[in-house]
Design a protein around this ligand. Structure first.
Ligand code: SF4
Length: 303
């Protein structure tokens, strides 16, 4: 609060938020902001991969391809400017804001048992006939029983289908690097996908398949009750927020799913094919780090 001429008090953060909301309502979506350093470990990876193993023009068979066409990379997102405002100003969209977790908060033993029972249902599931007959195994999810963060992806790729664990191919390795650069370790977060089975040839999950699998991922989240969900890619965003908006429109601010804050950013497989988008995902991760109170190193050389 600032005092003007001794009597008029002005809440500048409120004024700034009002101004930004006015710009958004007026259709202004981008403002020039200075570029921020990208950690070397993310910018340069994958260093040793050859063009035959790194998804470039064509998607790798081991990396799920974001199914909805990703938008052109903007110079700077107006919404990212909002992260300079106080934390409570970040939650601008309240998709499903009135919903709450449908389960009571379970003990760790209760969570383990509930997840085990849910996984048994997933293993037995054959709802998506085109997928179920070709999968090697289902890919349920992995991580701590009481996670603060859930990393939410699209669907297993070939390596995930073989290993039974999400995000273990090249895209998963880039995810690990992004997490480390953000002060997080893979084993600190829970990792799961929208679909529990690999679509043939890594094709985009259909709407019917996503709805078939919805009861599984929704119950999984109800058991885990994370504080934050990071949606990697358009399919994950669509599944959680039930919106067809592009990532370019959704990223840069927090949304809400039940009692969790939701951040949207680009899928690591897309970042492998489109390295210039890494900077935007790094801006998103910094927004998350500020929210979590994780210090951001200014050198841009976290590894
Ligand atoms: S993707 Fe989900 S709903 Fe479809 S068969 Fe696999 S577990 Fe069942």
């Amino acid at each position: 609060m600032m005092e003007i001429e001794g009597k008029d008090r002005v809440d500048w953060s409120h004024t700034a938020e009002q101004l930004l909301r006015h710009w958004q309502r007026s259709g202004v979506t981008h403002l020039p902001v200075p570029q921020t350093p990208l950690p070397e470990s993310i910018a340069s990876w994958p260093k040793l991969q050859t063009s035959s193993t790194v998804p470039a023009a064509a998607p790798s068979s081991t990396s799920p391809k974001p199914s909805v066409a990703e938008p052109a990379v903007p110079q700077a997102d107006l919404a990212s400017t909002l992260d300079h405002l106080p934390k409570q100003s970040l939650v601008l969209d309240s998709v499903l804001a009135d919903s709450t977790w449908s389960l009571s908060d379970l003990s760790e033993n209760g969570r383990a048992e509930a997840l085990k029972a849910l996984n048994e249902e997933v293993v037995a599931c054959r709802k998506c006939t085109d997928i179920a007959c070709r999968r090697t195994q289902t890919v349920f999810g992995i991580g701590p029983l009481r996670p603060k963060l859930v990393m939410f992806g699209e669907a297993p790729g070939a390596e995930e289908d073989r290993a039974g664990e999400p995000f273990v191919g090249p895209a998963g390795q880039l995810l690990d690097r992004i997490l480390v650069a953000s002060g997080l370790a893979r084993d600190q977060v829970y990792i799961m996908n929208t679909l529990k089975c690999r679509p043939p040839n890594n094709r985009t999950p259909t709407d019917i398949e996503m709805e078939n699998c919805r009861p599984f991922f929704e119950r999984q989240l109800d058991i885990l009750q994370p504080e934050y969900i990071v949606c990697w890619g358009a399919v994950a965003a669509r599944a959680i927020l039930k919106t067809s908006d592009s990532i370019g429109r959704l990223r840069g601010r927090f949304h809400t799913y039940k009692q969790a804050k939701v951040m949207i950013t680009y899928h690591p497989a897309y970042l492998l094919r489109t390295p210039e988008a890494k900077r935007l995902t790094w801006e998103d991760m910094k927004m998350l780090m500020r929210e979590l109170g994780i210090p951001i190193r200014s050198t841009g050389t976290q590894s």
